[in-house]
Design a protein around this ligand. Structure first.
Ligand code: FUB
Length: 373
């Protein structure tokens, strides 16, 4: 009895700590399984973090990294404490501007270029500047950003600048026909540029299931278990980089037997945070599985897919969201990602990080464990 009481006390102390660091979920599971061994293994995860926050004076998340003029430029979300209650619809991610960062080398000093775009300068703005991305063409830099319009519907906007660090001047309207969140812009070797986008729950993609926005549609549900999973979108951009050149199309991710991943396949199906990169002539489409918190990837032979599921790029990080970009710099590959180390696990107060990413001889990405083995 005494022993049980001691176990319970140890367990509740550990639970309090883990609730703060955001890994309570793991411990709850261990407790439910009645395993002391698992409980004692769950310690401060940051002790073994494989990388440290790149920026410490403001909160940053969703890093999109690119090489421009020989330097790495990072375009993250700028997390703030906006005082909103935490909900599945993501209202607590109520960001109001973007800062742009650059680095001459990985591990070197990181420079904050200040505010690259402020919500106050966007004519159609409602609320919530979420994960952005940037592309270079026509001697200009284009910042793509998801933002709710005045009707509270996410659209994707564009800001233009002559410099990679901005400031970016927002176009008067969002991209015609755009919706949902997390634009990732990829320019192929032939010069064509594509936008991948979409995000479920707070990102509203499920509310576009019937081709137009359904304000009464489910805010947090996913497709039925046995139906094909909700698909992320792709649209080629016009050469002016300000408009879609086509109606957005579905991106289909297949399983090993060539069947589309199903809504119930929560460990593998798309949720948000799309990214595209090319390695040895193959197209690598990576994304977050959202409520199962992983970055996974699928491979294909065309920017449109279909893509076949391959495996996990990054295991869950502390904080609910997982979001990344993949970049080649001076012959090495890097994964930019975030966790909630600086805020002690707050889901909406994150910090960007970087670590090396490696492939095996067959082009398979070696899974990264953010807190070691
Ligand atoms: O930062 C706000 C949202 O959280 C992003 O758009 C999602 O990808 C998730 O990281």
């Amino acid at each position: 009895m005494k022993q049980m009481k001691a176990k319970c006390m140890a367990l509740s102390t550990a639970l309090m700590f883990l609730a703060i660091t955001g890994v309570a979920q793991q411990l709850t599971q261990a407790a439910a399984e009645g395993s002391n061994e698992k409980v004692s293994k769950v310690k401060n995860p940051f002790e073994k973090a494989i990388s440290e926050p790149l920026v410490r004076d403001i909160y940053t998340a969703d890093p999109s990294a690119h090489v421009f003029n020989g330097k790495i430029y990072i375009y993250p979300s700028h997390d703030i404490e906006a005082g909103e209650a935490e909900k599945g619809t993501g209202d607590h991610f109520n960001m109001k501007d973007y800062h742009v960062f650059s680095m001459e080398r990985i591990g070197g000093e990181i420079r904050d270029h200040g505010v690259g775009l402020d919500i106050k300068t966007i004519p159609w703005a409602g609320r919530q500047l979420w994960a952005p991305d940037v592309a270079f063409k026509n001697n200009k830099y284009y910042l793509y950003f998801p933002l709710k319009d005045k009707q509270d519907v996410f659209r994707i906007g564009v800001g233009v600048s002559n410099k990679p660090e901005g400031p970016f001047k927002a176009q008067p309207e969002p991209i015609k026909g755009s919706f949902s969140i997390d634009p990732a812009v990829f320019t192929d070797n032939d010069g064509e540029t594509y936008m991948y986008f979409g995000g479920i729950w707070g990102g509203q993609l499920q509310q576009w299931d019937k081709g137009k926005f359904d304000p009464e549609g489910s805010k947090t549900d996913l497709r039925k278990n046995e139906e094909p999973a909700i698909a992320p979108k792709i649209a080629k951009l016009q050469s002016n980089m300000l408009e879609f050149a086509e109606e957005p199309k579905d991106i289909v991710v297949l399983d090993e037997s060539g069947k589309p991943l199903l809504g119930g396949d929560h460990e593998r199906r798309f949720f948000e945070a799309a990214w595209m990169h090319k390695y040895k002539g193959k197209y690598y489409f990576s994304y977050s599985t959202g409520d199962t918190h992983k970055i996974v990837y699928a491979k294909g032979d065309s920017p449109y897919g279909p893509f076949t599921y391959q495996g996990v790029v990054l295991n869950p990080v502390v904080g609910w969201t997982n979001h990344h970009s993949i970049l080649e710099f001076k012959g090495k590959w890097y994964l930019f990602y975030h966790d909630s180390q600086l805020s002690g696990g707050k889901t909406h107060l994150r910090n960007i990080k970087v670590t090396e990413l490696q492939y095996d001889n067959e082009g398979k990405i070696l899974t990264i464990n953010p807190y070691g083995k």
